[in-house]
Write a protein that binds this ligand. Structure first.
Ligand code: PNS
Length: 158
């Protein structure tokens, strides 16, 4: 079984993330969407809230699981027999940031490859921080996140 992981902060999950997860699910037998800690970010949603939103948003995609982890991604990858770390790339600045992490993860977990999937052009500008800003000021986020979680995000951030 070819298992992949899509790790991230997902604060909250966006349509851009969903597109990458769907496309990863076409390539691998099982994809775990993993809420992991980014020490450089102070998240608004708790890890448990983020995992619940992801579960709702990915419920219809077959072969997708959701999990939480607070340690090194490479340790999760090794402990769970994962062969690929899937990341979405929207821009050259995403690539700079992801390339460094891919090299570090290659050294820490040599059995796994990082696989980059390019964002769909319509999601190139979509980010979790954009959604947080729009919802915080009472805007409509329904174009940017799955319908099943719009209300929860707007209510939580307003
Ligand atoms: O969505 P993000 O915040 O850009 O994702 C970055 C994330 C969370 C995947 C990265 O910070 C991470 O892998 N954190 C887990 C801790 C870890 O393994 N750090 C070393 C990465 S080489």
């Amino acid at each position: 079984m070819r298992k992949a992981v899509c790790p991230g902060s997902f604060d909250p999950i966006t349509n851009g993330h969903i597109d990458i997860i769907k496309r990863a699910a076409e390539l691998f037998d099982e994809v775990t969407v993993l809420v992991v800690t980014n020490p450089d970010k102070k998240c608004v949603f708790s890890p448990e809230e983020r995992a619940e939103l992801i579960k709702k948003a990915t419920a219809e995609i077959s072969g997708v699981k959701v999990d939480l982890f607070s340690g090194l991604l490479a340790d999760y990858v090794k402990a769970n027999g994962i062969c690929a770390i899937v990341k979405g790339i929207r821009s050259s600045s995403d690539f700079e940031y992801e390339f460094q992490m891919a090299l570090a993860n290659r050294s820490l977990a040599p059995g796994a490859e990082t696989v980059f999937i390019t964002a769909d052009p319509q999601n190139m500008y979509v980010s979790s921080s954009l959604i947080r800003q729009i919802a915080t000021f009472g805007g409509d986020v329904s174009d940017f996140v799955p319908k099943s979680i719009v209300e929860e995000i707007e209510k939580r951030l307003k």
